[in-house]
Design a protein around this ligand. Structure first.
Ligand code: 2M8
Length: 435
Protein backbone atom coordinates (compact mmCIF):
# COMPACT_ATOMS: atom_id res chain seq x y z
CA UNK A 1 0.00 0.00 0.00
CA UNK A 2 2.64 2.49 1.13
CA UNK A 3 4.94 1.43 -1.70
CA UNK A 4 2.19 1.98 -4.20
CA UNK A 5 1.49 5.49 -2.88
CA UNK A 6 5.17 6.28 -2.96
CA UNK A 7 5.41 5.11 -6.54
CA UNK A 8 2.45 7.22 -7.57
CA UNK A 9 3.84 10.28 -5.80
CA UNK A 10 7.10 9.93 -7.72
CA UNK A 11 5.18 9.63 -10.98
CA UNK A 12 3.29 12.85 -10.22
CA UNK A 13 6.45 14.77 -9.41
CA UNK A 14 8.43 13.46 -12.37
CA UNK A 15 5.58 14.27 -14.76
CA UNK A 16 5.46 17.86 -13.46
CA UNK A 17 9.22 18.38 -13.78
CA UNK A 18 9.97 20.53 -16.83
CA UNK A 19 12.89 20.54 -19.20
CA UNK A 20 13.87 24.03 -18.08
CA UNK A 21 14.82 22.60 -14.68
CA UNK A 22 11.81 23.52 -12.56
CA UNK A 23 8.54 21.87 -11.54
CA UNK A 24 5.02 23.12 -12.16
CA UNK A 25 2.53 22.78 -9.28
CA UNK A 26 -0.17 21.24 -11.48
CA UNK A 27 -0.60 20.77 -15.21
CA UNK A 28 -2.88 23.32 -16.91
CA UNK A 29 -3.84 25.21 -13.73
CA UNK A 30 -0.35 26.40 -12.72
CA UNK A 31 2.13 26.18 -15.64
CA UNK A 32 5.11 28.06 -14.09
CA UNK A 33 7.43 27.89 -11.07
CA UNK A 34 5.99 29.13 -7.77
CA UNK A 35 8.29 30.13 -4.94
CA UNK A 36 7.00 28.16 -1.96
CA UNK A 37 5.82 25.24 -4.08
CA UNK A 38 9.34 24.97 -5.37
CA UNK A 39 10.71 24.58 -1.84
CA UNK A 40 8.24 21.85 -0.85
CA UNK A 41 8.84 20.09 -4.16
CA UNK A 42 12.61 20.07 -3.57
CA UNK A 43 12.02 18.29 -0.24
CA UNK A 44 10.14 15.56 -2.11
CA UNK A 45 12.81 15.21 -4.79
CA UNK A 46 15.52 14.99 -2.11
CA UNK A 47 14.04 11.63 -1.12
CA UNK A 48 14.70 9.96 -4.45
CA UNK A 49 16.45 12.27 -6.94
CA UNK A 50 18.89 14.66 -5.29
CA UNK A 51 19.91 16.24 -8.59
CA UNK A 52 16.36 17.32 -9.34
CA UNK A 53 16.05 18.77 -5.83
CA UNK A 54 19.15 20.86 -6.40
CA UNK A 55 18.04 21.92 -9.88
CA UNK A 56 14.69 23.09 -8.52
CA UNK A 57 16.26 25.39 -5.94
CA UNK A 58 19.01 26.52 -8.27
CA UNK A 59 16.52 27.64 -10.92
CA UNK A 60 14.36 29.49 -8.38
CA UNK A 61 17.37 31.36 -7.01
CA UNK A 62 18.54 32.12 -10.53
CA UNK A 63 15.49 34.38 -10.84
CA UNK A 64 16.39 36.41 -7.75
CA UNK A 65 16.40 40.19 -8.24
CA UNK A 66 19.42 42.38 -7.59
CA UNK A 67 17.92 43.57 -4.29
CA UNK A 68 17.57 40.03 -2.94
CA UNK A 69 13.86 39.76 -3.69
CA UNK A 70 12.60 36.35 -4.89
CA UNK A 71 9.38 36.56 -6.92
CA UNK A 72 6.34 34.42 -6.26
CA UNK A 73 6.09 33.19 -9.86
CA UNK A 74 8.95 32.78 -12.31
CA UNK A 75 7.53 32.75 -15.83
CA UNK A 76 10.03 30.37 -17.40
CA UNK A 77 8.00 30.03 -20.58
CA UNK A 78 5.21 31.67 -22.53
CA UNK A 79 1.96 30.03 -21.58
CA UNK A 80 -1.44 31.59 -21.83
CA UNK A 81 -3.24 28.98 -19.77
CA UNK A 82 -2.74 31.11 -16.64
CA UNK A 83 -4.09 34.55 -15.76
CA UNK A 84 -2.63 36.98 -14.75
CA UNK A 85 0.57 36.31 -16.67
CA UNK A 86 3.75 38.38 -17.16
CA UNK A 87 2.08 41.03 -19.32
CA UNK A 88 -0.27 41.91 -16.49
CA UNK A 89 2.35 41.84 -13.73
CA UNK A 90 5.07 43.80 -15.60
CA UNK A 91 7.62 43.39 -12.85
CA UNK A 92 10.30 44.71 -15.21
CA UNK A 93 9.09 48.13 -14.07
CA UNK A 94 11.23 47.62 -10.97
CA UNK A 95 14.79 48.79 -11.75
CA UNK A 96 16.38 45.84 -9.89
CA UNK A 97 14.16 43.08 -11.28
CA UNK A 98 15.71 40.04 -12.95
CA UNK A 99 16.95 40.72 -16.47
CA UNK A 100 16.95 37.03 -17.21
CA UNK A 101 13.39 35.96 -16.32
CA UNK A 102 10.01 37.58 -16.34
CA UNK A 103 8.27 37.25 -13.00
CA UNK A 104 5.68 38.70 -10.70
CA UNK A 105 6.52 41.67 -8.48
CA UNK A 106 5.26 40.00 -5.32
CA UNK A 107 6.71 37.23 -3.23
CA UNK A 108 5.60 34.20 -1.19
CA UNK A 109 6.44 32.68 2.22
CA UNK A 110 10.23 32.44 2.67
CA UNK A 111 10.60 28.69 2.89
CA UNK A 112 13.89 28.35 1.00
CA UNK A 113 16.12 28.61 4.09
CA UNK A 114 14.55 25.69 5.93
CA UNK A 115 14.26 23.80 2.65
CA UNK A 116 18.06 23.88 2.29
CA UNK A 117 18.29 22.44 5.78
CA UNK A 118 15.73 19.74 4.99
CA UNK A 119 17.67 18.81 1.85
CA UNK A 120 20.77 18.47 3.99
CA UNK A 121 18.88 16.38 6.56
CA UNK A 122 17.55 14.01 3.90
CA UNK A 123 20.66 13.72 1.74
CA UNK A 124 22.75 10.59 2.16
CA UNK A 125 25.87 12.23 0.80
CA UNK A 126 26.15 15.05 3.36
CA UNK A 127 29.35 16.46 1.96
CA UNK A 128 27.93 16.80 -1.50
CA UNK A 129 24.78 18.51 -0.19
CA UNK A 130 26.76 20.81 2.05
CA UNK A 131 28.71 21.93 -1.02
CA UNK A 132 25.41 22.73 -2.75
CA UNK A 133 24.17 24.59 0.33
CA UNK A 134 27.42 26.55 0.48
CA UNK A 135 26.99 27.66 -3.13
CA UNK A 136 23.41 28.86 -2.63
CA UNK A 137 22.96 29.95 0.98
CA UNK A 138 24.11 33.54 0.48
CA UNK A 139 21.28 34.14 -1.96
CA UNK A 140 18.76 33.00 0.61
CA UNK A 141 20.44 35.17 3.22
CA UNK A 142 20.21 38.13 0.80
CA UNK A 143 16.50 37.41 0.49
CA UNK A 144 16.13 37.75 4.27
CA UNK A 145 18.11 40.99 4.21
CA UNK A 146 15.63 42.21 1.60
CA UNK A 147 12.73 41.40 3.94
CA UNK A 148 14.18 43.04 7.02
CA UNK A 149 15.30 46.13 5.11
CA UNK A 150 12.21 46.66 2.98
CA UNK A 151 9.22 44.97 4.54
CA UNK A 152 9.48 46.04 8.16
CA UNK A 153 8.69 49.79 8.27
CA UNK A 154 8.49 49.97 12.09
CA UNK A 155 11.59 47.84 12.73
CA UNK A 156 9.62 45.27 14.65
CA UNK A 157 11.15 42.19 13.08
CA UNK A 158 7.73 41.45 11.62
CA UNK A 159 7.53 41.78 7.85
CA UNK A 160 4.41 42.72 5.92
CA UNK A 161 2.79 41.29 2.83
CA UNK A 162 1.02 43.66 0.45
CA UNK A 163 -1.03 41.12 -1.46
CA UNK A 164 -3.09 38.10 -0.42
CA UNK A 165 -1.19 36.03 -3.02
CA UNK A 166 1.98 36.70 -1.01
CA UNK A 167 0.45 34.82 1.94
CA UNK A 168 -0.05 31.66 -0.11
CA UNK A 169 -3.52 31.38 1.49
CA UNK A 170 -5.16 33.27 -1.33
CA UNK A 171 -8.86 33.63 -0.55
CA UNK A 172 -8.77 33.02 3.19
CA UNK A 173 -11.77 34.55 5.00
CA UNK A 174 -9.15 36.44 7.01
CA UNK A 175 -8.99 38.96 4.13
CA UNK A 176 -12.75 39.54 3.80
CA UNK A 177 -12.78 42.58 6.06
CA UNK A 178 -9.92 44.16 4.14
CA UNK A 179 -11.82 43.69 0.88
CA UNK A 180 -14.72 45.55 2.40
CA UNK A 181 -12.47 48.62 2.92
CA UNK A 182 -11.73 48.70 -0.83
CA UNK A 183 -13.83 49.35 -3.87
CA UNK A 184 -11.82 48.25 -6.89
CA UNK A 185 -13.03 48.76 -10.46
CA UNK A 186 -14.81 45.89 -12.23
CA UNK A 187 -12.04 44.44 -14.39
CA UNK A 188 -12.72 42.77 -17.70
CA UNK A 189 -10.50 39.73 -18.10
CA UNK A 190 -10.59 36.11 -19.04
CA UNK A 191 -10.26 33.79 -16.05
CA UNK A 192 -8.22 30.66 -16.84
CA UNK A 193 -8.33 28.89 -13.47
CA UNK A 194 -12.05 28.19 -13.81
CA UNK A 195 -11.47 26.45 -17.15
CA UNK A 196 -9.35 23.90 -15.24
CA UNK A 197 -11.25 23.70 -11.93
CA UNK A 198 -14.92 23.96 -10.93
CA UNK A 199 -15.63 27.65 -10.21
CA UNK A 200 -17.28 26.78 -6.88
CA UNK A 201 -13.86 25.64 -5.62
CA UNK A 202 -12.07 28.87 -6.62
CA UNK A 203 -12.19 32.57 -5.59
CA UNK A 204 -15.02 34.70 -6.97
CA UNK A 205 -14.74 37.19 -9.85
CA UNK A 206 -15.15 40.07 -7.37
CA UNK A 207 -12.30 38.72 -5.27
CA UNK A 208 -10.12 38.69 -8.39
CA UNK A 209 -10.98 42.38 -8.95
CA UNK A 210 -9.39 43.09 -5.56
CA UNK A 211 -6.35 40.96 -6.37
CA UNK A 212 -5.78 42.76 -9.70
CA UNK A 213 -6.33 46.18 -8.22
CA UNK A 214 -3.61 45.62 -5.61
CA UNK A 215 -1.21 44.70 -8.40
CA UNK A 216 -2.19 47.79 -10.35
CA UNK A 217 -1.37 50.01 -7.38
CA UNK A 218 2.05 48.38 -7.00
CA UNK A 219 2.66 48.65 -10.74
CA UNK A 220 1.78 52.30 -10.79
CA UNK A 221 4.67 52.80 -8.36
CA UNK A 222 7.03 50.47 -10.21
CA UNK A 223 6.90 47.97 -7.34
CA UNK A 224 8.72 50.38 -5.05
CA UNK A 225 8.53 48.90 -1.55
CA UNK A 226 8.41 52.20 0.32
CA UNK A 227 5.55 53.49 -1.85
CA UNK A 228 3.68 50.22 -1.46
CA UNK A 229 4.08 50.40 2.33
CA UNK A 230 2.66 53.92 2.20
CA UNK A 231 -0.22 53.25 -0.16
CA UNK A 232 -1.36 49.67 -0.44
CA UNK A 233 -4.81 49.14 1.08
CA UNK A 234 -3.66 45.62 1.88
CA UNK A 235 -0.74 45.60 4.33
CA UNK A 236 -0.67 42.66 6.70
CA UNK A 237 1.66 40.96 9.15
CA UNK A 238 0.86 37.32 8.54
CA UNK A 239 1.75 34.74 11.22
CA UNK A 240 2.43 32.03 8.61
CA UNK A 241 4.69 34.21 6.49
CA UNK A 242 6.62 35.46 9.52
CA UNK A 243 6.86 31.98 11.04
CA UNK A 244 8.40 30.73 7.77
CA UNK A 245 10.91 33.59 7.87
CA UNK A 246 11.83 32.83 11.49
CA UNK A 247 12.15 29.10 10.80
CA UNK A 248 14.36 29.88 7.81
CA UNK A 249 16.50 32.26 9.91
CA UNK A 250 17.08 29.42 12.35
CA UNK A 251 17.97 27.07 9.50
CA UNK A 252 20.41 29.55 7.93
CA UNK A 253 22.05 30.07 11.29
CA UNK A 254 22.60 26.34 11.78
CA UNK A 255 23.81 25.86 8.22
CA UNK A 256 26.27 28.76 8.45
CA UNK A 257 27.65 27.20 11.63
CA UNK A 258 28.24 23.96 9.75
CA UNK A 259 29.92 25.78 6.89
CA UNK A 260 32.01 27.97 9.19
CA UNK A 261 33.57 31.39 8.63
CA UNK A 262 30.37 33.44 8.53
CA UNK A 263 30.38 35.02 11.97
CA UNK A 264 28.91 38.35 10.81
CA UNK A 265 25.92 36.75 9.18
CA UNK A 266 25.37 34.51 12.19
CA UNK A 267 25.34 37.58 14.41
CA UNK A 268 22.80 39.37 12.24
CA UNK A 269 20.59 36.28 12.09
CA UNK A 270 20.69 36.01 15.89
CA UNK A 271 19.68 39.66 16.23
CA UNK A 272 16.79 39.21 13.81
CA UNK A 273 15.63 36.09 15.64
CA UNK A 274 15.60 37.79 19.00
CA UNK A 275 13.58 40.76 17.81
CA UNK A 276 11.24 38.79 15.54
CA UNK A 277 10.34 36.11 18.08
CA UNK A 278 9.78 38.64 20.85
CA UNK A 279 7.50 40.87 18.80
CA UNK A 280 5.73 37.93 17.19
CA UNK A 281 4.71 36.75 20.65
CA UNK A 282 3.83 40.22 21.90
CA UNK A 283 1.88 41.38 18.88
CA UNK A 284 0.36 38.39 17.15
CA UNK A 285 -0.91 36.23 20.02
CA UNK A 286 -4.60 36.61 20.86
CA UNK A 287 -5.09 35.22 24.34
CA UNK A 288 -8.88 35.28 24.11
CA UNK A 289 -8.84 33.10 21.01
CA UNK A 290 -5.87 31.07 22.24
CA UNK A 291 -4.16 31.45 18.87
CA UNK A 292 -1.86 33.61 16.79
CA UNK A 293 -3.70 35.94 14.42
CA UNK A 294 -2.94 38.23 11.48
CA UNK A 295 -2.37 41.95 12.04
CA UNK A 296 -3.79 44.55 9.66
CA UNK A 297 -0.96 47.07 9.50
CA UNK A 298 -2.86 49.43 7.22
CA UNK A 299 -5.81 49.78 9.56
CA UNK A 300 -3.86 49.23 12.77
CA UNK A 301 -5.76 46.27 14.23
CA UNK A 302 -5.58 42.51 14.69
CA UNK A 303 -7.68 40.34 12.38
CA UNK A 304 -9.25 38.03 14.91
CA UNK A 305 -9.77 34.68 13.17
CA UNK A 306 -8.26 31.27 13.74
CA UNK A 307 -6.83 29.52 10.68
CA UNK A 308 -4.23 26.81 10.12
CA UNK A 309 -1.71 29.69 9.85
CA UNK A 310 -2.43 30.38 13.54
CA UNK A 311 -0.64 27.15 14.50
CA UNK A 312 2.35 27.48 12.15
CA UNK A 313 4.50 29.23 14.83
CA UNK A 314 4.94 25.77 16.40
CA UNK A 315 7.08 24.90 13.39
CA UNK A 316 9.41 27.84 14.08
CA UNK A 317 9.71 27.30 17.86
CA UNK A 318 8.06 30.65 18.53
CA UNK A 319 5.75 29.92 21.52
CA UNK A 320 7.01 28.69 24.87
CA UNK A 321 5.69 25.31 26.05
CA UNK A 322 2.79 26.81 27.98
CA UNK A 323 1.58 28.80 25.00
CA UNK A 324 2.11 25.83 22.71
CA UNK A 325 -0.28 23.88 24.91
CA UNK A 326 -2.90 26.61 24.60
CA UNK A 327 -2.48 26.57 20.80
CA UNK A 328 -2.92 22.83 20.59
CA UNK A 329 -5.99 22.98 22.80
CA UNK A 330 -7.52 25.53 20.42
CA UNK A 331 -6.59 23.38 17.45
CA UNK A 332 -8.20 20.26 18.90
CA UNK A 333 -11.33 22.04 20.11
CA UNK A 334 -12.07 23.89 16.90
CA UNK A 335 -10.48 21.76 14.18
CA UNK A 336 -10.02 18.32 15.70
CA UNK A 337 -13.55 16.97 16.27
CA UNK A 338 -14.12 13.27 15.69
CA UNK A 339 -15.71 13.55 12.28
CA UNK A 340 -12.87 15.63 10.89
CA UNK A 341 -9.50 15.12 9.35
CA UNK A 342 -6.85 17.53 10.59
CA UNK A 343 -6.26 20.27 9.76
CA UNK A 344 -8.81 22.50 8.06
CA UNK A 345 -7.29 25.70 6.67
CA UNK A 346 -9.92 27.84 8.37
CA UNK A 347 -11.84 27.58 11.64
CA UNK A 348 -14.65 25.04 11.10
CA UNK A 349 -16.67 26.64 13.91
CA UNK A 350 -16.77 30.00 12.12
CA UNK A 351 -19.60 30.93 9.77
CA UNK A 352 -17.09 31.85 7.05
CA UNK A 353 -15.83 28.26 6.89
CA UNK A 354 -16.44 26.48 3.58
CA UNK A 355 -15.16 22.88 3.34
CA UNK A 356 -14.82 22.93 -0.47
CA UNK A 357 -13.58 26.38 -1.33
CA UNK A 358 -9.83 26.63 -1.64
CA UNK A 359 -8.31 28.43 1.37
CA UNK A 360 -11.66 28.91 3.12
CA UNK A 361 -11.65 25.52 4.84
CA UNK A 362 -10.17 22.54 2.98
CA UNK A 363 -7.12 20.65 4.25
CA UNK A 364 -3.82 21.41 2.49
CA UNK A 365 -0.92 18.95 2.62
CA UNK A 366 1.76 21.65 2.86
CA UNK A 367 0.11 23.11 5.96
CA UNK A 368 -0.24 19.64 7.46
CA UNK A 369 3.44 19.05 6.85
CA UNK A 370 4.30 22.30 8.69
CA UNK A 371 1.99 21.36 11.56
CA UNK A 372 3.31 17.81 11.77
CA UNK A 373 6.87 19.01 12.39
CA UNK A 374 5.63 21.85 14.59
CA UNK A 375 3.74 19.45 16.86
CA UNK A 376 6.78 17.17 17.00
CA UNK A 377 8.92 20.12 18.14
CA UNK A 378 6.85 20.36 21.32
CA UNK A 379 6.45 16.61 21.80
CA UNK A 380 2.77 16.47 20.89
CA UNK A 381 3.64 13.18 19.28
CA UNK A 382 0.18 11.65 19.22
CA UNK A 383 -1.48 14.62 17.58
CA UNK A 384 1.44 14.93 15.17
CA UNK A 385 0.93 11.30 14.22
CA UNK A 386 -2.75 11.97 13.65
CA UNK A 387 -1.88 14.84 11.28
CA UNK A 388 0.49 12.54 9.41
CA UNK A 389 -2.01 9.70 9.20
CA UNK A 390 -4.82 12.05 8.18
CA UNK A 391 -2.70 13.44 5.35
CA UNK A 392 -2.01 9.95 4.05
CA UNK A 393 -5.67 8.93 4.46
CA UNK A 394 -6.90 11.96 2.49
CA UNK A 395 -4.58 11.21 -0.41
CA UNK A 396 -5.64 7.56 -0.30
CA UNK A 397 -9.28 8.62 -0.25
CA UNK A 398 -9.18 11.22 -3.01
CA UNK A 399 -5.85 11.12 -4.87
CA UNK A 400 -3.06 13.69 -5.24
CA UNK A 401 -5.32 16.71 -5.16
CA UNK A 402 -4.56 20.30 -4.32
CA UNK A 403 -6.94 20.43 -1.30
CA UNK A 404 -9.31 18.12 0.53
CA UNK A 405 -12.61 18.17 2.34
CA UNK A 406 -11.90 17.78 6.06
CA UNK A 407 -15.21 16.05 6.78
CA UNK A 408 -15.03 12.29 7.12
CA UNK A 409 -18.64 11.97 6.16
CA UNK A 410 -19.28 14.57 3.48
CA UNK A 411 -22.56 13.12 2.36
CA UNK A 412 -21.29 13.73 -1.19
CA UNK A 413 -21.51 11.24 -3.98
CA UNK A 414 -18.82 13.17 -5.86
CA UNK A 415 -15.13 13.08 -5.05
CA UNK A 416 -13.94 15.27 -2.20
CA UNK A 417 -10.42 16.15 -3.32
CA UNK A 418 -10.62 19.55 -4.97
CA UNK A 419 -8.71 21.97 -7.20
CA UNK A 420 -5.85 20.74 -9.38
CA UNK A 421 -5.10 17.04 -9.65
CA UNK A 422 -1.63 15.43 -9.71
CA UNK A 423 -0.54 18.28 -7.50
CA UNK A 424 3.19 18.53 -6.89
CA UNK A 425 3.48 19.52 -3.25
CA UNK A 426 0.87 16.96 -2.18
CA UNK A 427 3.05 14.31 -3.81
CA UNK A 428 6.37 15.75 -2.61
CA UNK A 429 5.40 16.12 1.03
CA UNK A 430 3.67 12.77 1.11
CA UNK A 431 7.04 11.26 0.22
CA UNK A 432 8.49 12.97 3.28
CA UNK A 433 5.57 11.99 5.54
CA UNK A 434 5.59 8.38 4.40
CA UNK A 435 9.07 7.47 5.50
C1 2M8 B 1 -2.37 29.26 -5.39
O1 2M8 B 1 -2.15 30.60 -5.79
C2 2M8 B 1 -2.11 31.06 -7.15
C3 2M8 B 1 -1.59 32.50 -7.11
O2 2M8 B 1 -0.32 32.52 -6.55
C4 2M8 B 1 -3.42 31.03 -7.89
O3 2M8 B 1 -4.47 30.72 -7.31
O4 2M8 B 1 -3.41 31.33 -9.08
C5 2M8 B 1 -2.09 29.19 -3.87
O5 2M8 B 1 -2.59 28.01 -3.31
C6 2M8 B 1 -0.60 29.33 -3.59
O6 2M8 B 1 -0.32 29.14 -2.24
C7 2M8 B 1 0.22 28.35 -4.44
O7 2M8 B 1 1.58 28.61 -4.28
C8 2M8 B 1 -0.15 28.45 -5.92
C9 2M8 B 1 0.50 27.37 -6.77
O8 2M8 B 1 0.30 26.11 -6.21
O9 2M8 B 1 -1.56 28.34 -6.10
Amino acid sequence: MKENLRKRAIEVLDANFQEGGFTIPSKGLYPFQWKWDSGFIAIGFAHYDVEKAKTEIHSLLDAQWENGFIPHIVFHSDNDSYFPGPDFHQSERHPLSSKKYRSTGMTQPPVTGFVLQEMYRIAEDKQDMLAFVKDHIDKVYANHVYFYENRDPHNEGLVYIYHNWESGTDNSPVWDDIWSTMNPPEYTFERRDTTHVDASQRPTKREYDHYLYLIDIAKEHNYDDARIAELSPFLVQDPLFNAMLIKSNEALLELYKLIGGNGDKEKTLQQWQKMSIRNFNNKLFDSELGAYVHYDLRNGKPIRFVSSSSFSPLFANIPDQERAEILVKTMMERFGGEGKYLCASFDPTNERFNPKKYWRGPVWINMNWVLYYGLKNYRFDEIAERVRQDSIALIERDGFFEYFDCRKDTGESQRTGYGGNNFSWSAALLLDLLK
